[in-house]
Design a protein around this ligand. Structure first.
Ligand code: ADP
Ligand code: ZN
Length: 720
């Protein structure tokens, strides 16, 4: 027997499938999709078996061993990997690796052990106990067949030993999973008639239709998802529900675990490698039928999928943009929906322009929930013009917003304050010579973190202490400008000393479980204000929050990107949607220097469709998606002048070969240098360009062995 094994070679952007012969002793274990250990030159590598053949004309090396007896890549995932390779132009091995938890990737560095647990089984049913504790132990077996070691030890360790030595009880070792879910006080809601309509449309589809659910914040989308999934389970099928990375996962996992208990499995970055490994295998073995997770959970090895749901479908965390394969979970969801003939449901209060445009053209089927569940109106939104306000005080919080915070707290209600920047200040500059402290490795200013007096680079992680004097002129004239969450926290403490503020951003939530604890503490009203970055903007559902304040709506607007208006509108709408979700009336205050910008003014009337129309007409004029496709070519390396020369060569080859494409660049990226690597970008805009893939593949192959230059290709980039 001969097998074709796909291996990954470190740092080589290349697929290698090699033939090996299979020794007699291993033949029984060989299946397509398992992992095997093979000799490769002087190394030993892990790889996936892709093909099985009878024999070969040439003599081959033997594989060493089979890594695990289970199939890791089933037929569907094997096909899906090829599809992703073709659409993203990545290596096949990278497409398979991205589907798997670290512990199951070929050539995993550290192996994660299964956690075994000892139970005892009753072998001799006729044994007559010789002591009262023996009887107590044996009585347990009246209702159960397996009892854990701990439970028996608690009765009597000597009796347990006796029973085992006499062969009455025998030990069995079962795998113990690290994560457990319990069904809890869940109050299933009776659906409103508009919710029911949505559920009915989705569950009646058996053709793999993609639905877009446009439902305002608080319209009860989560309840809709749960009802659909319940129906799918009744049919004996399984379900995937995707949520944007971490920010929404703990709450969603809690909601689903309360209702569905151990039927769920969660896959997200807050789990340890061991936990991920366990969850993955529970899914593969059919022991969990609902998978909840972030982007990569779309590859969950479920069989017989009955629905795939993508909550907050506009979120750019669904696109893997920082490494290959640069895939979008939405495309994978739709592919799997077709494979399983099951519906795909994309849900959002602010659908992405692409998805809404497809819904308008009936590529997706549009479903709408236009009202909040309880008949409550959406919160009132007030725009505070900082051009007029800021002169009144040195604080970043205007008097208007401050008064509202006081009022809200005095009524025993809670507020969420949002600012899209962590740290204390955004940069430190010298008042004497205007020198600004930058990262030595990146083209970006360092952010001051006051809590530990550190300057940090938010790109590469470089950190240094704040110098006492200016490194350039030597004067003690350094001052910090710009504002981050830490500074707002400090201002709040000064202005309102009695108010309890909880700050939530990557800096305060990095410890495992911290995020969940904070949400719980805020829900228990241990704090009056939840202050944070994007992490507080989305998905959270607190009854007692009646005030939302946006400290500075302009940070995301000023990013030079064709999606900055869309991102701003959607972020502000999402954060506004946290207010007044229950019985209490909600208010929203947005501080901005651009009060007339449409991305901000449409938020005032919760006018998604108004924003959609305006933004579509701008995209059309500028030739951006969804009217044109984009492909972004990133060219990076250490030698900036060599890089520029090569970037020009690449551009010229596009000029010669792509006749229906607009070619922009090469230009240096907004942050030109990161971690001592320089970056150039070329943007391709096109509607139809038959040559594109073959031209790109030629370029990839041309530079494959050139270590001085690295080429990344990103189709439909979520940003530049
Ligand atoms: P969305 O995800 O659309 O923002 P949620 O699903 O979080 O909205 O629902 C908002 C609130 O309304 C939640 O507290 C939820 O429990 C409640 N809710 C949802 N559906 C119903 C219903 N049919 N009856 C009563 N309450 C509901
Ligand atoms: Zn840096």
């Amino acid at each position: 027997m001969v097998v074709g094994v796909l291996v990954e070679l470190a740092n080589q952007n290349v697929d290698k499938v090699f033939d090996y012969s299979v020794p007699e002793s291993l033949i029984d274990q060989i299946k397509v999709g398992i992992r095997v250990l093979v000799p490769f030159g002087r190394q030993t590598l892990e790889g996936f078996v892709l093909k099985i053949k009878d024999s070969s004309d040439v003599s081959l090396k033997d594989i060493y061993s089979v890594v695990d007896s289970d199939i890791i890549l089933d037929e569907e995932l094997l096909l899906l990997g090829r599809e992703i390779k073709n659409t993203t132009l990545s290596t096949l091995i990278s497409c398979y690796q991205v589907m798997l938890p670290k512990a199951l990737k070929a050539k995993a560095g550290s192996s994660v052990a299964k956690k075994l647990h000892t139970f005892y089984e009753l072998k001799d049913k006729d044994y007559v106990p010789t002591s009262s504790t023996q009887k107590k132990i044996l009585d347990l077996y009246i209702n159960q067949s397996l009892i854990s070691r701990e439970e028996l030890l608690a009765i009597s360790s000597s009796s347990l030993n006796t029973l085992v030595s006499r062969g009455v009880l025998v030990a069995v070792y079962q795998e113990d999973y690290r994560v457990k879910y319990e069904v809890n006080r869940d109050s299933k809601k009776k659906l409103t008639s508009s919710q029911q309509k949505v559920v009915d449309s989705v569950i009646h589809d058996k053709r793999g239709v993609t639905f877009l659910l446009y439902g305002v914040t608080g319209s009860g989308k989560t309840e809709v998802y749960m009802h659909i999934i319940e129906h799918v389970l009744e049919e004996g099928k399984t379900a995937i529900i995707l949520v944007p990375e971490i920010s929404l996962t703990p709450q969603m996992v809690e909601l689903f675990s309360n209702r569905f208990g151990n039927q769920i499995a969660a896959l997200h970055s807050a789990l340890s490698e061991g936990e991920k490994y366990d969850e993955w295998r529970r899914i593969a073995r059919g022991e969990a039928s609902i998978v909840i997770g972030a982007r990569s959970a779309i590859f969950a090895p479920l069989k017989n999928i009955g629905v795939i749901i993508m909550d907050e479908e506009h979120s750019d965390s669904y696109k893997q943009g920082d490494k290959n394969p640069r895939y979008h979970a939405r495309d994978v969801a739709i592919w799997r929906g077709k494979y399983h003939h099951c519906p795909v449901l994309l849900g959002s209060a602010t659908p992405s322009l692409e998805s809404m445009a497809r819904a308008q053209k009936n590529v997706y089927q549009l479903l709408t929930l236009k009202d909040r569940v309880n008949g409550k109106s959406l919160p009132s939104v007030t725009i505070i013009d900082m051009n007029k306000e800021v002169k009144n005080s040195s604080s970043h919080i205007t008097n208007r917003l401050l008064e509202e915070i006081k009022r809200c707290v005095s009524l025993g209600q809670q507020a969420i304050l949002f600012l899209n920047r962590r740290g204390f200040s955004t940069f430190v500059t010298c008042k004497n010579c205007s020198y600004t402290i930058k990262c030595p490795h990146c083209d970006i200013t360092l952010t001051y973190h006051k809590s530990n007096h550190m300057l940090r680079c938010h790109y590469c992680g470089y950190a240094t202490t704040l110098p006492k004097v200016c490194p350039s002129c030597g004067e003690a004239a350094l001052s910090d400008l710009g504002v981050g969450t830490e500074k707002i926290e400090e201002e709040l403490h000064k202005l309102l000393p009695s108010i309890r503020v909880l700050r939530m951003d990557i800096d305060t939530t990095s410890r495992k479980g911290a995020h969940k604890k904070m949400i719980q503490a805020f829900r228990n009203h241990e704090y009056d204000i939840l202050l944070g970055t994007q992490i507080v903007a989305k998905g959270l559902d607190f009854d007692n929050v009646t005030l939302v304040g946006v400290i500075n709506a302009d940070t995301s607007l000023n990013i030079p990107d064709f999606r900055s208006s869309e991102n701003t509108f959607s972020l502000l709408s999402q954060v506004a949607g946290r207010s007044g979700r229950s019985k209490l009336e909600g208010k929203v205050f947005i501080q901005t220097f651009n009060p007339d910008h449409y991305a901000i003014s449409f938020v005032k009337n919760h006018d998604y469709l108004g924003f959609y129309k305006e933004e579509m007409s701008i995209r059309k004029k500028l030739g951006y998606p969804p009217f044109y496709f984009l492909c972004y070519i990133k060219i990076s390396g250490k030698d900036s002048s060599y890089l520029f020369q090569e970037s020009l060569k690449i551009k010229r080859s596009f000029d010669r070969n792509l006749l229906h494409t607009t070619i922009l660049g090469p230009t240096s990226l907004a942050v030109f240098k990161v971690n001592n690597i320089y970056r150039y970008g070329i943007i391709l805009k096109y509607k139809h360009e038959d040559n594109l893939r073959s031209v790109l593949i030629k370029i990839i192959n041309h530079y494959r062995t050139n270590s001085k230059i690295h080429i990344d290709i990103d189709f439909n980039p979520s940003h530049f």
